[in-house]
Design a protein around this ligand. Structure first.
Ligand code: DX5
Ligand code: ZN
Length: 217
């Protein structure tokens, strides 16, 4: 299991130190939540801040774009240092074109699905996607509760990926805790995002171990 802590819950005034602390805790991915105030009712940061973070960190930057028509900005995020660019199926008219543009820009393409969006939205794209993100809360804020039917969605997506013979990773984001991480991994999740249940419980090395131990048990 890869744990990708959501920086939305970290101390934005100490971003470089937070990134260093994650690396010291054995973390390899950082989940960067980009929000535009239109697709979701909240605003965070964009390419300039990611570019500044890139200078201080070698973590894998897992960029979750909660923005309308993300195809307009794919090159900007890739140039800023995004390793993976995840766009919402609901936010783009031409999803295949946007995913192809992400790969062309040198980043790994991924698609996020809101809780109510059916898996069929990504069915034909699986061979060209590095990852599908199952949102287990309605995006926009940290600290919300996991929506239970999303566990079935993870199981169904896993079966779909196996049937397609694809290598696509499954990520789950929203309301992930020590109490539900094991069943999510059992259902097929490869990457778990955690914001409030991670950053709220330092030291990070210990918290990372707790997540890994639960998921191995
Ligand atoms: C929500 C974001 C999440 C959020 C998760 O829109 O996409 O990444 O930070 O936070 P928790 O783990 O607190 O639900
Ligand atoms: Zn996210």
């Amino acid at each position: 299991m890869i744990l990708s802590p959501s920086l939305l819950s970290c101390d934005f005034a100490r971003l470089a130190e937070e990134l260093a602390a994650l690396e010291a805790a054995g973390i390899t991915w950082a989940h960067l939540d980009v929000m535009d105030g239109s697709f979701v009712p909240n605003i965070t940061f964009g390419p300039p801040v990611i570019k500044a973070m890139r200078k201080t960190s070698r973590l894998f930057f897992d960029c979750h774009l909660m923005i309308d028509e993300p195809g307009r900005f794919v090159d900007d995020y890739a140039q800023a240092g995004a390793d993976l660019i995840c766009v919402h199926a609901e936010a783009t008219h031409h999803l295949e074109r946007t995913c192809a543009a992400i790969a062309q820009a040198g980043a790994k393409p991924a698609v996020a699905l809101n809780p109510a969006t059916p898996l069929s939205a990504v069915r034909y794209l699986l061979p060209q996607l590095s990852m599908v993100l199952i949102m287990s809360v309605n995006p926009g804020f940290g600290g919300q509760s996991f929506i239970p039917f999303c566990l079935d969605k993870v199981r169904e997506l896993k079966a779909m990926i196996v049937q397609a013979g694809a290598q696509t990773l499954i990520q789950v984001d929203g309301g992930v805790t020590l109490d539900n991480c094991a069943e999510l991994v059992h259902a097929g999740a490869d990457v778990l995002v955690s914001g409030s249940a991670f950053f709220g419980f330092p030291p990070y090395g210990e918290r990372h171990s707790q997540f890994q131990e639960r998921c191995q048990g």
